[in-house]
Design a protein around this ligand. Structure first.
Ligand code: ADP
Ligand code: MG
Length: 715
């Protein structure tokens, strides 16, 4: 019997799935420590790449260190002692070699433990950023290792990997374990990118030659100096391209599956669109007009539309969406608009109903609070086609909702949904054809993220605000500034304006969240603004109470609205000019930007105050300062992505974003494009992936992605 590629792949999978306990030195106790770090199998360990390398071939003498440089250094510990007393205690050490000296300093930490760990006279290897204090070079809070003990195990290597800490496991022990994992992983590794695609990667072919080399070099590079970066980058690119390639194959298969099913071909008459536009007191902006043209062109084509509509908060996406819906409705189709929250769905319903006054369009609302009786009758009308436009929340995608002729799905604020949910609704088209999909987002998504999540998604951008908008002035307010800010709110209210106060969401417990919001509202109404009318809005209120609270605020009866983040998206009260965010440090930047977008909608000068209380870290302040510096949603989302990582920004569980083990969609964006080209080439030559050379790819894609993307794909 010959061993096929598929057999070797199976072997690799079984090695990757082997628990770490199979390795020498990993008993139950050590395993538990690895497990805490999320590392259970050899595969997990392989993806646990060193976060830096100690390159012994380039270690400089201490006198050659340059201020500002992050570097590895080595020397003998000549002194280590605590100076100062009580709160001013500093642990200071002096490292020396033949040529020079370097001070080491700690302002925090367990000094006794450090003193015991690093005996004077020992040779140390360290890493950190070189600074200068009082004319002497120093490193504050260095990472240190004893050369004699921890280091000797790998002394024969030119480069030593440094892994992020696995609590309770020494670097030296960690390296020994990693070396075993890497060896078995490397021996079993089979290339998952077919040769013809490798050739399109733009990488030097020798990086693809030896599959096992990738793991070996990424963990224990064979060369230091100038070669180190080259080797690690080359090998990393291979690993990343492989991940991206497989996902792109899956997405392209999904797309061609969709195309095979076919989409709705709309034939708009423009009657309703014209009627709506002529009833408005303003003109579409150029950007809105352009984007609507792009959508219309897509809708008239028979293949299903997958378009992302990106526009900053307040740029007028809703109007574009409504016009798109009318294009579908004119041609005899139904349209659905899905919003992430009930409050937003209600707002959309209210605004859209108003905009459609006098037009022959039957618009209805379906949310979790719709009564059973009403729901029953709505479902009936949806299936007969009596309803033209349905606006709703997740309740829309529940299984028993069926349409007569669903032609367009608009998903607002997509970053809160996942791919799965989008697909669920996309399959609601009854008569076989897939409805067009328009996804709206105010959180500018990187092209690379959009591509990751949706594959071939077309992008339309509204890059212009309706006239008369003013940027919102943003200020960070510390504890002692609160009084002044409250005074400011009172002033605005006395001019007839309104204010929002937002409290952070406590995700672990809705009860706690509720309590916090209610308490804050009480606090604001009885102590801070006893002279004003303060309202409360939170996610756990009954639908009708929510609507009432919102109505009171829109009509101006409520002057200050205290709420949780339910108001984050879509609420439109132009008279509101002040936004106070409590514990702003607990929010993501994109979320703050969304919140800030609730004010500055009426042409009046508007303000956003970020109240940051208690102990905010230096990073925390820096993050918040981005909000003061810019109103540009794109920059903010980039910062967010940089600081929190993509999974976090999109809400890992909700995003539907695949987890990459090695790749990072922000950093490796260009590789995503390359991988897409590779995948396209492979599928062009062999659409069903039926050649034996592609059996492994086919298997991997089926195993990893098919359920996630509900591939319409039969092989
Ligand atoms: P988004 O959903 O993009 O955040 P909205 O659709 O809620 O923005 O629009 C914000 C506000 O701008 C709404 O009050 C809307 O009526 C108004 N608006 C939309 N388009 C225009 C336009 N072309 N000119 C003036 N105002 C507009
Ligand atoms: Mg909106």
């Amino acid at each position: 019997m010959t061993i096929t590629g598929l057999d070797r792949y199976r072997q690799m999978v079984s090695v990757m799935d082997t628990p770490l306990t199979a390795l020498k030195g990993v008993g139950p106790k050590v395993f538990a420590r690895f497990e805490k770090k999320g590392l259970r199998t050899i595969g997990d360990a392989l993806a646990f790449l060193p976060y830096r390398y100690e390159d012994r071939t380039t270690i400089k003498n201490l006198n050659e260190l340059l201020p500002g440089e992050a570097t590895t250094f080595m020397g003998k510990l000549k002194r280590l002692e605590v100076r100062g007393y009580r709160k001013r205690r500093v642990l200071e050490g002096l490292l020396v070699d033949e040529r020079g000296a370097l001070s080491l300093k700690w302002f925090r930490g367990n000094f006794d433990w450090l003193l015991k760990k690093y005996p004077v006279g020992e040779e140390l290897i360290g890493y950190g950023t070189v600074g200068v204090f009082a004319g002497r070079k120093e490193v504050v809070h260095p990472e240190l290792e004893l050369v004699g003990e921890d280091y000797s195990a790998s002394e024969s290597d030119p480069v030593t990997p440094v892994y992020s800490e696995v609590e309770g496991v020494h670097q030296r022990q960690l390296r020994r374990i990693m070396r075993q994992a890497v060896e078995s992983g490397a021996r079993a590794r089979v290339p998952l990118v077919p040769q013809e695609a490798q050739a399109l990667s733009g990488l030097d072919p020798r990086w693809w030659e030896d599959p096992g080399r990738i793991w070996r070099e990424l963990h224990f590079p064979s060369k230091g100096g100038e070669d180190l970066t080259k080797i690690v980058t080359g090998c990393r690119h291979v690993a990343v391209l492989e991940e991206f390639f497989l996902l792109q194959i899956a997405l392209l298969l999904k797309k061609s599956g969709d195309e095979a099913v076919g989409g709705v071909k709309h034939s708009p008459t423009y009657k309703l669109v014209k009627a709506l536009l002529s009833s408005l007191s303003y003109e579409l902006t150029d950007a809105q007009r352009r984007v609507l043209g792009e959508i219309c062109a897509d809708m008239e084509r028979p293949s299903p539309m997958h378009r992302l509509l990106q526009g900053d908060v307040g740029s007028g996406k809703t109007l574009v969406a409504l016009n798109s819906a009318l294009l579908a409705i004119e041609g005899g189709y139904q349209a659905a608009l899905m919003a992430p929250t009930e409050v937003l769905a209600e707002q959309h319903f209210k605004n859209i109903s108003q905009l459609l006054t006098g037009l022959p369009v039957n618009v209805r609302l379906l949310t979790g609070s719709t009564t059973a009786v009403e729901r029953e009758s709505l479902l009936g009308e949806l299936s007969t086609g009596a309803i033209d436009l349905i606006i709703g929340t997740h309740a829309l995608i529940v299984e028993d909702v069926s349409f007569r002729r669903l032609g367009l799905i608009v998903v607002d604020e997509q970053h809160r949904f996942g791919v799965m949910q989008r697909v669920a609704l996309a399959e609601k088209g009854r008569d076989g054809a897939l409805p067009d999909t328009l996804v709206m987002t105010a959180t500018p998504m990187h092209r690379s993220i959009a591509m990751t999540v949706y594959g071939d998604l077309d992008l339309s951008v509204i890059d212009e605000m309706p006239p008369g908008r003013r940027p919102v002035s943003t200020k960070i307010v510390k504890e002692r500034g609160r009084g002044e800010v409250f005074q400011f709110v009172r002033q605005e209210v006395s001019k007839g304006r309104q204010a929002y106060v937002v409290c952070p969401l406590v995700e672990e417990s809705e009860k706690v969240e509720l309590k916090a919001a209610v308490e804050t509202a009480n606090h604001f109404s009885s102590e801070i603004f006893p002279d004003l009318s303060v309202g409360l809005l939170h996610g756990r209120m009954r639908g009708s109470d929510k609507a009432e609270a919102l109505e009171a605020f829109s009509s101006g009866k409520t002057q200050v609205l205290v709420s949780t983040t339910v108001i984050e998206v879509g609420i439109d009260v132009p008279n509101a000019t002040v936004m106070l965010v409590e514990h702003a440090e607990r929010f993501g930047l994109s979320q703050l930007h969304q919140l800030r977008g609730r004010v500055g909608r009426g042409g009046n000068e508007s303000w956003c105050f970020l109240l940051a209380g208690g102990s905010v870290s230096e990073d925390g302040w820096q993050r918040l300062r981005v909000m003061e510096e810019t109103n540009d949603g794109f920059r903010i989302s980039e910062e967010d992505l940089r600081i929190r990582g993509p999974g976090d920004m999109l809400g890992t569980r909700q995003s539907g974003l695949p987890d990459f083990q090695i790749g990072n969609i922000l950093r490796d964006g260009p590789l995503l494009e390359v991988a897409r080209g590779m995948a396209q080439a492979v599928l062009k030559a062999d659409p069903p992936l039926s050649s034996p050379d592609h059996s492994v790819v086919k298997r991997v894609v089926e195993a990893r992605w098919s359920s996630k993307l509900s591939l319409l794909y039969s092989g």
